[in-house]
Design a binder for this molecule. Structure first.
Ligand code: SF4
Ligand code: SF4
Length: 90
């Protein structure tokens, strides 16, 4: 784990992974195809109510502590707009 007092990256400051994972979705690239939602074994993704600049409802993580960091969502995303992080990488 990172020592938060020694220049940890900004991402680590928003990460509290009880199951070890964290994702960041580029909402502006999302096309609302829902593939990531379907393939998340934790059922931890959903479409946002808000829309992006192109009028799509981007996917969002529901409960950060339930993300295992398995990477299924990123693998399935045709727009390559999901990045997956593990606590050990932060
Ligand atoms: S990394 Fe795995 S558990 Fe986390 S949101 Fe993606 S599919 Fe779900
Ligand atoms: S798979 Fe990618 S493009 Fe499709 S809803 Fe998820 S984040 Fe958006």
């Amino acid at each position: 784990m990172i020592d938060m007092d020694k220049g940890a990256p900004a991402l680590a400051k928003v990460n509290s992974p009880a199951k070890g994972g964290h994702i960041i979705i580029d909402a502006e690239k999302c096309k609302s195809c829902e593939l990531c939602i379907h393939f998340c074994g934790q059922k931890n993704l959903a479409l946002s109510d808000a829309t992006n600049a192109r009028g799509f409802h981007p996917a969002k993580l529901l409960e950060e502590h339930n993300c295992t960091g398995c990477g299924n969502c990123a693998l399935m995303c045709p727009e390559v707009c999901i990045r997956v992080y593990m606590a050990s990488n932060l």
